[in-house]
Structure formats: structure tokens, C-alpha cells
Write a protein that binds this ligand. Structure first.
Ligand code: NCD
Length: 305
């Protein structure tokens, strides 16, 4: 593994090995301990787009591995990007300071662009509506740990399936497993990209599309929820057409299986009623623990530790 730029970069074996390594790191995360594995190593986090969880998660992962962090949460307005520096040159600079780079950017392909100039491993922390591989991997870890399996289940993906990079990454990773049924729930204008649906079908997965959240509630073992991605819309008006289209409520949860899980990368913006939080099937507030463990596994692997 030289970089982690895309959810398509990893083989089945590499995915299993990251899942196993992340599971080994879980006690360190839960006990809030610090290892010495990455002593002397530096992570640079370069974020050109807003983030709460992902940047802190990468940084916590590096600190718990025993490494250190240099960080810019506002690269677009406070770095030399503002003066016109290319991503290639930024990478040349940053890779002379840091041993590994995690980056988020609003444009698809930009993280791969930066990686061209980097002499150290680069991890994609989300590039536009494209891909968010570390989130996809932490979602796999959550499903494995909380549902107990990565084969033989029904997943309902709900929300802005067109623009959510998280569900795109989830599809790519879930394709490595067996007998998964995909129920895709979105408004007509926000459907999963057709090429991704075709790819799932070509690989033999059963896929159905609907605009009704209620119709899938009793069917799914995993409900993968996502917000409507406001920043990807051309106008506020366009966004408001979809705002609040799906709200997960206790009434909907009452129709769901007893043993199912709800995952969501968050942030919450009017799409999950706060009363659902106390439902034991709601896993979105335990996902950050899995996220740190998975990013520890990713950073350690990329650093050759
Ligand atoms: C996601 C993202 O940035 O794509 N958030 C995250 O990484 N936790 C999902 C989102 O913003 O909706």
C-alpha cells in the first residue's frame, strides 16, 4: 500500500488485514491509551473542506499510535493555495516535513493530484462527491463488530445517494463480500450513479431502487443513512427541494428488525430524529471509536509499522 486514494485501491486480503489490525487497536482506543509504535513519525492533515470527525479522527489515531501531528483545517484560505500554489508543489513541501499526509478537498481527483508530488503516503479523507475510503472502511468495521458479519445481509442506503461519497465508498468495499442485497432509497433526482449500480449488478448483487424509506425499514439488517449534501447543490433553492425528505423517527424504527443497525457518517442535519439516539440499534455515535481504530490501522500500515 503506497497511498490510500480510492476505495478501489485495496484487494480483499488488504481489506481483511486492515479490519483485523483495527480490531487489535480497539482496546487502545476504548481505554484511551497511547502506544509507542509511531514514535518520531509526523502526520500532516491538510483539509480544504469543513470537517469535525474525520480530521480529529486521523489526528487522534496518530496520537494514540505515539506519533505527532501538524494540521491545517482551513487550507483553502490560510495556506499558500491562496497565493496560487499548486497541489503538486504543496505536496513537495509538506512531504519534506511529514511522514504521512491525510487530505480532504472539495474536488474529485484532487487528493490523487497532490499524491503525485508527495514522497510520503497520502490518504484520501474525502474528495468532493467522489470517494471517502477511510469512512467506507470504518463502516465495514462497524458492521463486522456490531452486526457480527460482513456477508449475508441486506443493506438499505438512504438519502443523497448521488452526492454522498460515503455510500459510493461503501458500495466499492461491500462488493468484496458475499450475498449482500442492496436497497437504494433516494428521491428520483438523487439516485445512486448508474455506473455504480451497474457494477454491483455485474458482480451479481441484487439491487433495487425506491424512493420510500418506509418500504425498506422491515427488510434491512444495516441502514446506512446519509444527509442531503447541501454543499453539492447549485443553489439553496435546489437543496431546499430535498431538505427533510427522509427523517428517521422512532415510528419508522418500530418497523425495523430487532437485530439491525443504523450507521451514519454524520453530521446530522434534520435527517435523524434525536429520539432515535437512545435506540440500541443506533450506532452512529459509536462509529467514531471504530473510526479511530481503523485510521490507526491505515496509518500504521502506510508507515510500514
Ligand atoms: C461525511 C463526509 O464528509 O463525506 N462526513 C464524515 O466524514 N464524517 C459525510 C457527510 O458530510 O455527510
Amino acid at each position: 500500500m503506497q497511498h490510500l486514494l480510492s476505495s478501489q485501491d485495496l484487494s480483499h486480503e488488504q481489506i481483511l488485514s486492515l479490519l483485523a489490525r483495527a480490531a487489535e487497536f480497539l482496546p487502545t482506543v476504548r481505554d484511551r491509551k497511547r502506544l509507542t509504535l509511531a514514535e518520531g513519525k509526523i502526520l500532516a492533515t491538510l483539509f480544504y473542506e469543513p470537517s469535525t470527525r474525520t480530521r480529529f479522527s486521523f489526528e487522534t489515531a496518530m496520537l494514540r499510535l505515539g506519533g505527532q501531528v501538524i494540521s491545517n483545517a482551513d487550507m483553502g484560505s490560510t495556506s499558500s493555495a491562496k497565493k496560487g500554489e499548486t497541489l503538486f508543489d504543496t505536496a513537495k513541501m509538506v512531504s519534506s516535513y511529514a511522514d504521512v499526509i491525510a487530505m480532504r478537498h472539495p474536488e474529485m481527483g484532487s487528493v490523487a493530484e497532490l499524491a503525485k508530488g508527495s514522497s510520503v503516503p497520502v490518504v484520501n479523507g474525502g474528495d468532493g462527491a467522489g470517494d471517502h475510503p477511510t469512512q467506507g472502511l470504518l463502516d465495514l468495521l462497524t458492521i463486522q463488530q456490531e452486526l457480527g458479519r460482513l456477508d449475508d445481509f441486506t443493506v438499505a442506503m438512504v438519502g443523497d445517494l448521488k452526492n454522498s461519497r460515503v455510500v459510493h465508498s461503501q458500495c466499492e468495499f461491500l462488493m468484496h463480500f458475499k450475498n449482500i442485497r442492496f436497497l437504494l432509497v433516494s428521491p428520483e433526482g438523487l439516485k445512486m450513479p448508474a455506473d455504480l449500480v451497474a457494477k454491483l449488478r455485474e458482480k451479481g448483487f441484487e439491487v433495487s431502487e425506491t424512493d420510500s424509506l418506509e418500504s425498506v425499514m422491515g427488510e434491512c439488517d444495516v441502514l446506512s443513512d446519509t444527509r442531503i449534501q447541501q454543499e453539492r447543490f447549485a443553489s439553496e433553492e435546489e437543496y431546499l427541494k430535498y431538505n427533510g425528505v427522509y427523517i428517521l423517527t422512532p415510528a419508522l424504527m418500530a418497523k425495523a428488525k430487532e437485530k439491525m443497525i443504523v450507521i451514519d457518517p454524520l453530521p446530522r442535519v434534520n435527517h435523524i430524529s434525536p429520539e432515535v439516539d437512545s435506540d440500541p440499534r443506533a450506532k452512529y455515535f459509536v462509529q467514531p471509536t471504530y473510526g479511530v481504530a481503523m485510521r490507526m490501522a491505515i496509518l500504521a500500515t502506510l508507515l510500514g509499522l
